[in-house]
Design a protein around this ligand. Structure first.
Ligand SMILES: [Mg+2]
Length: 269
C-alpha cells in the first residue's frame, strides 16, 4: 500500500550512471501538466538532458506513459527511446512495438464515453486505438463524481477491464497490463538487464512501476504530492530536471582527473 513517508529528495547516486536502468513517466514527471493533454510539451532543455542521460547510461533510458505510443513519440522527437504506452499495454523496444493484450472496448462503451464527453462541457475523450479510453476533466473537475459513477456502470460490459483513477482523468484499461509489468519486461532486455531500476513518476499508475523497481532492488522517486510507496520525492518536473542535471554533472566530474583538493562526496544512494 502507498505510504506518505517519502518526503526527502533523492541524494546523489552512488554508482556510475551505467549501473542504473532509467524509467520515466511523461505527463507530470518530465513535462508539466496542462489544462488539456494536447497542450503538453517537453522543454528543449529536458530533451537535451534525456539525450545526455541516454548517452551516459549506455542507452538504458525508457518512458513509461499512459499515452499511446503514437501520441508520445512526436512529443519526444527527435529522441528515440524504448517506451511503454497506455500504462504498459504497448511496448516499444529495438524498433518493434508489441501489445500486451488484444482487448477492444465494445463500440457501445466508446459511444457512451463520447456522449459523456459531449454532455459535460470541458470533458475530453481520449480514444487510445479502441483498446483503452480516458475522460479528462481537468477543465471541469466538478464533473468528477458523475463521470466516475457513469464509468463504473460501464465496467460490467467491459470484460477484463479496470477503471483507473489518475490526476483529473478516468480511464478504462485492460487489467492485464501495468507499468510494473512493462518495467519487468524491459528489465529482461539489453541494455536494461542486470542494472538497478530507477523509476520516476507522479501518478497512481506509477506506483506499479515503483513496486516493480523496488522488488528488483531498485529505486522509486515520486514527483509531487500524494501518498506513495516510492522511497524519495521531488516537488515537480523542474526539480527532477535539476536533480538529473546534478547527476550528469557529478558523473562528468567523476570521470575527470581527481583533484587533490576535491571535496568529499555528499550522501549517496
Ligand atoms: Mg504522469
Amino acid at each position: 500500500m502507498p505510504s506518505t513517508h517519502a518526503q526527502a529528495p533523492p541524494p546523489r547516486l552512488e554508482l556510475p550512471l551505467t549501473r542504473y536502468a532509467w524509467f520515466f513517466d511523461f505527463d507530470g514527471t518530465l513535462a508539466e501538466l496542462q489544462a488539456r493533454p494536447d497542450r503538453v510539451s517537453l522543454p528543449a532543455a529536458r530533451k537535451g538532458l534525456l539525450r545526455r542521460l541516454q548517452a551516459a547510461s549506455g542507452g538504458a533510458v525508457a518512458i513509461l506513459t499512459g499515452r499511446s505510443l503514437e501520441d508520445l513519440q512526436p512529443l519526444i522527437a527527435p529522441l528515440r527511446l524504448p517506451c511503454a504506452g497506455m500504462h504498459g499495454l504497448q511496448l516499444h523496444i529495438a524498433d518493434r512495438t508489441r501489445m500486451a493484450a488484444t482487448a477492444r472496448l465494445p463500440y457501445t462503451v466508446l459511444a457512451r464515453l463520447q456522449d459523456l464527453a459531449e454532455c459535460h462541457p470541458g470533458v475530453l475523450l481520449e480514444n487510445k486505438g479502441e483498446c483503452a479510453a480516458a475522460l479528462h476533466y481537468r477543465q471541469a473537475p466538478h464533473h468528477a463524481s458523475a463521470l466516475e459513477a457513469a464509468m463504473q456502470a460501464l465496467l460490467p460490459t467491459c470484460n477484463g477491464y479496470e477503471l483507473l483513477h489518475g490526476k483529473c482523468v478516468l480511464e478504462l484499461r485492460p487489467a492485464s497490463a501495468s507499468k510494473g509489468t512493462a518495467l519487468r519486461l524491459l528489465m529482461r532486455n539489453t541494455p536494461f538487464k542486470d542494472r538497478i531500476p530507477l523509476c520516476v513518476g507522479d501518478d497512481r499508475t506509477d506506483e506499479d512501476g515503483f513496486a516493480a523497481a523496488q522488488a528488483l532492488g531498485g529505486i522509486g522517486i515520486k514527483i509531487g504530492t500524494g501518498a506513495t510507496q516510492g522511497q524519495w520525492r521531488l516537488a515537480d518536473p523542474s526539480a527532477l530536471q535539476h536533480w538529473l542535471h546534478q547527476q550528469l554533472e557529478a558523473a562528468t566530474h567523476a570521470a575527470a582527473p581527481v583533484s587533490a583538493t576535491a571535496a568529499p562526496p555528499a550522501s549517496t544512494i
